[in-house]
Each structure stands twice: as C-alpha cells, then as structure tokens.
Design a protein around this ligand. Structure first.
Ligand code: GLU
Length: 424
C-alpha cells in the first residue's frame, strides 16, 4: 500500500481537533447553551472499542484494536471515515466524529457524524493482511453499521480498495447486496461520479460565492495554492479550466511563481515527470513560506495545518483565504485576519464537498439510480452555495468571523433536531 506523509497527516488532524475544541468553548458561550444542551453536545451517543484476531502471513494470530464513535445521529444516520493508523486513540476518534457531525450539519445534509479506525501501521502489512484486518474489523462492528445506522467512508490511509472489502464483507454477513453501507467505492460497485475531485470543486463553488460578496472580478484576481496533493492539484486544475489566473503553487519540495499565470496542465505534467512542481520552466522557484505571503488576492492553503500563524499572518496580502486543508490557520492568525478584514472560509465548510458527494453516492445506491456527472456537479454546487450563504448571513448578523458562524449554525441545527425529537 502506498502511504504518504504518514505521521504528518494524523498530527494535522489532532491539530484540527485542538482548534475546533478551542473555538467551541467560545461558540458555546455565544449561544448561551443550557446545561442540558451542553451535556448533550459534550458526549458521544455511542462509542465502542473492539478486539479481533487476525492470522498474519507468518501463520501467527495477532489481536487488533478497532474503534468506532457515533457522535450524534439526531439529523440522520451517522457518517464518517475509517482510518488505519498506529497511534490512533479513542479520544482522536471521538473528536473527529464530532467534527464530522458539525461538517454534515453546516452543509445541511441529512447525516449525523461518526469516525472509526484500527490501530495499525498499514505500511508494515501485506495486501493480504490489510484485507484480513479490514474484514475482521467489519465483522466486529457489523451490528452497528448499515445504510440507516452509520455509513463509513475513506479517511487517512484507507482507500477505494478498502471500501470494496468493507462492502463485500458486510454483504457476505447479510447475505444480500447493500451498496449504501459504505461510500467512496469505485464507480463499478456503486461509487459516484466526481467524488475524486469533489472536495476541491466544492471549495471552489464556495470561493466564487465569496468573491461575489467581496466584489472581486475573476479576470483581475491572482490565486496562490499551497499543496499539490489530490486536493491542491485538483483545485489548481479546476481554477485553470475556469480561466482563473493561478500564479503560484507548491508541494512538499517547494513552490513556483509566475506573475502572469502558470499553465497548470503543463505544471501537472512536470510534477508527474520530475516528482515536484519545482523548476517548472518559465517560473521562479519560491519556498512554501514565501508562497503564503506572495502578492496575490486569493490564498488557498491545501496542505498542512498551522501554516498561517502569528509569524506570517500580518504579511499575508490575500483578501480571501479558502481553507481546503484541515486547520491551516492558527487561532492567532485567525484574529489577525479578522482585524485586517481578510475573509477566511473555514475548513468545515470549505472542504465539505467530499462528504456531500458521499451523501449523493448513498442516495444513488438506495434508489438504484445512477447520475450523470453533470447532475452530481449541479447538486454539489447548490448545496455548497446555500451553505456558504447561510453561514455568511449569520456572520453579518452577528458581526463575527465565518468560522464562528459556521460552528454556531451547525450546533443550532443539531440542537434543533434534538428538540424536535423530544430529547431536549
Ligand atoms: N473522511 C472524509 C471526511 O472527513 C469523508 C467522510 C465521508 O465521505 O463520509 O470528510
């Protein structure tokens, strides 16, 4: 299994949780929650640890530990990915499942939030062992997942192939086809069109809406994208196809800049051939740090967490920041941006396009009715734009930052569903 940036990815999400939890303290006090409301939000609905045996290639049997937390399902079945990571803890899974609950609520899709995983280092496993672990984990949580209970998806170090094993194991246990039990499947087994680039495109729909609010004109803006993994590369490619001027991009080896715009298809080819965007002919090499403070109008951090921090936030020239990465902005930088009138579109809204298309996949599976790419895109656009406008309206009303209004909107929706059910 090919694994990139192993330790970093997980550490990033830990940071996301830390930031989210610190933001929450303030949102809770803004919302003036009652003790009952606070208590309900403070604890996951279901949380379990499973232990299961796996016969390794050596012939020896090893015990593995898996977790699944269904944080809240007042708005619909729980939804969230499964990660395989050697340092995974139940606390991580719990915090991440809460963030999934907020993410689904902010874009108003009919899901609650969950997360799960197995404590394992997939780098050390053969394909056969990886498959046995996946199947063993699914047998252990089988009773608790299902299209109307909890629907897993890919997350850190789990991919399409693993989703197929999940599907197959679950269907064997049930003795029938149940494609809606998991999302992120290949198209041939019920996956949705456009899912592979839905996070980037969802973010761009939101960005275009934000540009309208800021009175920014497409032909006049310069865009810098940090990160050239799946999300960053797709964002740069889509922006280029939409005739935006992408002037700077970067990957873990460094960045490039060209003031009159980069020809992104050629940059992608260069990266495929050389392993990096660096040294792209006709551009100037810059560092990742320099990219963040370059002369641009829109900045899209799509790589690591903590990139925009107290040291560089005051030097950022962009007027609009789209957080396609998880937690790229620290709390201090957030304050600086607010003071400088820089609009920041927060991660739980900006990168929700992935789970939105997961929702479409689930819906197509349940109806056995598969959509053309055009239909997926049109519906994704509508959901993302509505979510942005909902968050923006609240933000204008409360004179706060978008991050704060995104969190409060999500929490209000969750609490409303709990009240309607009579739980509050
Ligand atoms: N793991 C992804 C996320 O955290 C996708 C979840 C899903 O599609 O259910 O957003």
């Amino acid at each position: 299994m090919e694994i990139k940036n192993h330790e970093r990815l997980h550490a990033d999400d830990r940071n996301l949780c830390r930031l989210a939890m610190s933001e929450l303290g303030d949102v809770y006090s803004d919302l003036g929650l009652s003790t009952e409301e606070f208590d309900l939000l403070d604890t996951p609905k279901r949380s379990f640890t499973v232990h299961f045996p796996v016969r390794m290639d050596s012939g020896k049997v090893k015990m593995y530990v898996g977790y699944r937390v269904q944080y809240n399902d007042a708005r619909g079945p729980a939804k969230g990915g499964i990660r395989f990571h050697p340092e995974l803890t139940l606390d991580d899974v719990r915090d991440l499942s809460f963030l999934m609950t907020l993410k689904c609520a902010v874009v108003n899709i009919p899901f609650g939030g969950s997360k799960g995983g197995v404590v394992v280092n997939p780098k050390e496993l053969s394909r056969n062992e990886l498959e046995k672990i996946t199947r063993g984990y699914i047998r252990a949580i089988e009773e608790y997942i299902g299209p109307f209970k909890d629907i897993p998806a890919p997350d850190v170090y789990t991919d399409e192939k693993i989703m197929v094993w999940i599907l197959d194991e679950f269907e064997r246990l049930k003795g029938e086809h149940v494609p809606a039990v998991v999302t992120g499947k290949p198209i041939e087994l019920g996956g949705s069109r456009a899912r592979s680039y839905s996070t980037s495109l969802g973010g761009i729909y939101v960005l275009e809406e934000a540009m309208k609010k800021m009175g920014m004109e497409k032909s006049k803006v310069k865009i810098a994208v940090q990160g050239f993994g799946n999300v960053g590369e797709n964002a740069a490619r889509i922006l280029h196809e939409k005739e935006y001027n992408v002037i700077a991009v970067s990957d873990s080896k460094g960045g490039i800049i060209k003031d009159d715009g980069l020809y992104i298809p050629a940059v992608i080819k260069h990266k495929d051939e050389t392993g990096s965007v660096v040294d792209f002919p006709g551009s100037r090499n810059i560092t990742n740090k320099e990219l963040l403070t370059c002369e641009c109008d829109i900045l899209i951090p799509a790589a690591l967490s903590d990139q925009l921090n107290r040291d560089n936030a005051k030097d950022v020239k962009a007027k609009l920041v789209l957080e396609l990465a998880n937690a790229p902005t620290t709390r201090e930088a957030d304050d600086i941006f607010f003071d400088k009138n820089i609009m920041l579109i927060p991660d739980i809204l900006a990168n929700a396009g992935g789970v939105v298309v997961s929702y479409f996949e689930w819906s197509q599976n349940l109806n056995n009715d598969y959509w053309e790419e055009e239909k997926v895109l049109e519906k994704l656009k509508r959901i993302m734009i509505t979510a942005f406008n909902d968050v923006h309206l609240l933000c204008e009303d409360q004179k706060c930052r978008l991050r704060r209004s995104a969190y409060s909107l999500a929490l209000k929706r969750i609490l409303h569903a709990e009240k309607l059910r009579g739980n509050l």
